[in-house]
Ligand binder design. Structure first.
Ligand SMILES: [Zn+2]
Ligand SMILES: [Zn+2]
Length: 368
């Protein structure tokens, strides 16, 4: 469970940047060790401010209750589910994605108390469906401008016949015969140290204490089947290669009706023949004729947002960078946009005609 940074700073979840800053200053002043304050509290306040004052980290924290530093899968949440994708988590499209403050729920599955019918209550462990990881190729344009993308993937889903209940449609639900409705069974094990009696979840009913009279003929009572699902994902604008989107509840369904896992989509941005991304800027090369470099010119340039007119100043050098503001990538925080950087490359005629050589001779006389 992550720390509540909002609580630490004593601000509301919807506090503005200014409110956060103001509160931080106040508390930092109060707890400053040099002024005899509480050093531990001072550190906590600082840590909270580091996250909440940074838009990207704050939104990550709001969604996942945890901040990923983007440098690897060793951060707590990702580690728990056992995969090691680099890159920050980004978006949660899930229905429960909005308010899930502080609950990073890779493992929120366990420890349900399920009533055991006949009065006994059994503590059970209901297994959550597995997370699924897929990779998705997107074009350079999609990574910059965002978009929607549809794809198929197969997963363990709810059985279409019984809708996950495991019972034949219309069948009666009765007490589980194995545990007699208790949801748990006792097992006695004899070892060299003596015998141990263990209370375990009933495997037959997975702790619910109930079983359908006749099992679903399609899934034989498991409640799940393999399905191919078509999903449409929204690619947020400005995503980077390797970023991961999370879609809550679209992982594998759980056997016997538990919480489904999540779907993680790792984005792979295809290279573009002309454009290359560098931070929030986009770079492209522009070949110039010698005369255009010397005299200047106005050229039509295709950007990701359509054609623009670019003025080549007189005396442009090879390697000069012409900057077009606002035509780069959307910044990863979602606000603002970088520039299109156009790197010029002056092309010298490889083998000039007699005329070209004559002109060059004249230039030589002029000292160029
Ligand atoms: Zn049972
Ligand atoms: Zn079924």
């Amino acid at each position: 469970m992550a720390k509540d940074y909002y609580k630490t700073l004593g601000v509301a979840h919807n506090a503005t940047k200014e409110e956060i800053k103001k509160k931080y200053r106040e508390l930092a002043h109060k707890f400053h060790p040099d002024k005899g304050g509480d050093e531990a509290r001072f550190k906590e306040v600082n840590e909270a401010y580091q996250v909440l004052s940074d838009e990207r980290r704050r939104s990550q924290y709001d969604q996942f209750g945890h901040v990923f530093d983007g440098s690897g899968g060793s951060s707590a949440g990702a580690g728990q589910s056992g995969f090691e994708w680099p890159g920050g988590f980004r978006v949660d499209f899930g229905q429960d994605g909005g308010g899930g403050f502080g609950d990073f729920d890779f493992t929120d599955i366990f420890d349900d108390f399920l009533g055991g019918g006949g009065g006994g209550r059994a503590r059970t462990r209901q297994k959550r469906g597995k997370d699924i990881r897929v990779e998705l190729e997107i074009t350079f344009e999609e990574s910059i401008l965002g978009g929607k993308k549809e794809f198929d993937y197969s997963r363990i889903g709810r059985c279409h016949r019984c809708d996950g209940s495991g019972g034949e449609p219309g069948t009666k639900i009765k007490e589980c015969p194995t545990c007699r409705g208790q949801g748990s069974v006792q097992k006695t094990q004899r070892t060299i140290l003596g015998s141990f009696t263990q209370v375990a979840t009933c495997q037959e009913c997975r702790g619910s204490g109930k079983r359908p009279e006749s099992l679903c003929s399609h899934c034989r009572g498991k409640g799940v089947e393999e399905i191919t699902e078509t999903i449409e994902v929204v690619i947020p604008r400005g995503v980077n290669n390797g970023e991961i989107l999370k879609i809550t509840g679209k992982g594998e369904a759980s056997f016997y009706g538990g919480t489904p896992g999540d779907l993680y989509i790792k984005l792979h941005v295809l290279p573009h023949p002309i454009f290359r991304r560098q931070g929030d800027d986009i770079i492209m090369q522009l070949p110039l004729k010698l005369s255009q470099a010397i005299l200047g010119d106005t050229l039509d340039i295709n950007t990701l947002d359509g054609a623009i007119q670019l003025k080549i100043p007189e005396g442009t050098q090879s390697g000069d960078i012409l900057k077009v503001r606002g035509k780069g990538a959307f910044s990863s925080s979602g606000y603002g946009r970088g520039a299109l950087l156009i790197e010029t490359k002056v092309e010298i005629p490889k083998k000039g005609s007699k005329k070209v050589r004559d002109i060059a001779q004249e230039l030589k006389h002029e000292g160029f």
